[in-house]
Design a protein around this ligand. Structure first.
Ligand code: MG
Length: 333
């Protein structure tokens, strides 16, 4: 028998939350749940179906020991799509629309920023007043400069063990703020990011910490949280060319309003033109420009215009399936 942890997205708006339940079985198969408790069905027709779409089997890849797993995080995580009782994709199922569009030709690197919270305030912040201003915290080392590293280390190892495409982590600009990065091809990039979020929240539970994905949880001179999205397709990585990248930026510009609609709620509080962002009302792109909507990495230019682009607009609470869909749909037209 195996311990199978089924994970799915509920029907809450504007942002969906993660849900899970455990099944002990030999096989991964379709399952059902009470959709009337997740805003996905009414009480008289409450059944929704969980369709498994990606399996993450935990083994200890760090120590190359298949018999040892992270205590409390062993087993198999099963990412699921939600179907209505009639077997059709549920309206909350953003993955199905994304999957039908994106092929593995598309690569996505997400930079997921977030705050850790405890007792209603960012982890490490004093009960009254504020911590000292930003400056020491980004990639900080040492007590007083960084908090929550134990959770981050556990999360990184757990993602590696689950074969999620995690590529790095760092402490962010505000105290109690962190980032992890996930790289994947096609729909897997979205699956991996959702599962990495899930595992992070699971680990944080053990510390009485909540993960806050709001794009601007602290007003004032404190950085917000984004989900910078690096992306490329075959043309950008292969033949490349300045015109290919500039044309992509121009096309994305023409769909800026549509992008903002699906790049996370409350993003206007974050995209102000300050704190390394462009204003939500403007669209710009530039080489190496962290104040632009789209950054053309200097490595792309120095590599003879072969490489990738970074969309800096998505908020930390954005649904990666919606972000992938917008980029692929826009640039495939
Ligand atoms: Mg960052």
């Amino acid at each position: 028998m195996r311990k199978l942890e089924y994970v799915w997205l509920d029907g809450y708006k504007p942002e969906q939350s993660l849900r899970s339940k455990v099944r002990v079985d030999d096989y991964v198969d379709e399952w059902s749940f009470d959709g009337s408790s997740t805003q996905q069905a009414t009480g008289d027709k409450s059944d929704c179906i969980l369709r498994p779409v990606a399996e993450y089997r935990t083994i200890d890849r760090i120590r190359a020991d298949a018999t040892r797993t992270n205590p409390g995080l062993e087993g198999t995580y099963v990412m699921c799509e939600v179907l209505s009782a009639d077997g059709e994709p549920h309206e909350s199922n953003t993955r199905t629309h994304c999957q039908s569009l994106v092929s593995d030709e598309w690569w996505f690197g997400f930079e997921q920023e977030y705050f850790m919270y405890k007792d209603g305030r960012p982890l490490g912040w004093p009960e009254k007043g504020k911590p000292r201003p930003q400056g020491d915290y980004y990639c900080g080392v040492g007590t007083g400069n960084v908090v929550g590293r134990e959770i981050v280390d556990r999360h990184t190892e757990a993602c590696m063990n689950a074969d999620i495409g995690i590529t790095g982590t760092n402490a962010e600009v505000a105290l109690g703020q962190w980032e992890f990065q996930v790289l994947g091809r096609g729909i897997r990039a979205g699956d991996d990011l959702w599962m990495a979020r899930y595992i992070l929240q699971r680990i944080a539970e053990k510390h009485g910490v909540t993960i806050n994905y709001a794009p601007k949880p602290q007003s004032g001179d404190w950085n917000g949280s984004g989900m910078h999205t690096n992306f490329s397709n075959q043309l950008m990585r292969g033949q490349g060319g300045q015109h290919v990248f500039e044309q992509a930026c121009q096309i994305l510009k023409s769909k800026h309003k549509e992008a903002i609609k699906v790049y996370g709620s409350d993003n206007a509080k974050r995209l102000t033109g300050k704190h390394e962002t462009q204003s939500i009302k403007k669209f710009s792109y530039g080489v190496s420009d962290r104040g632009a909507s789209i950054r053309i990495p200097v490595v792309t230019v120095s590599n003879d215009w072969v490489g990738y682009l970074e969309d800096r607009r998505p908020a930390s609470n954005a649904d990666p399936y919606k972000v992938i869909r917008h980029i692929v749909e826009t640039l495939s037209e």
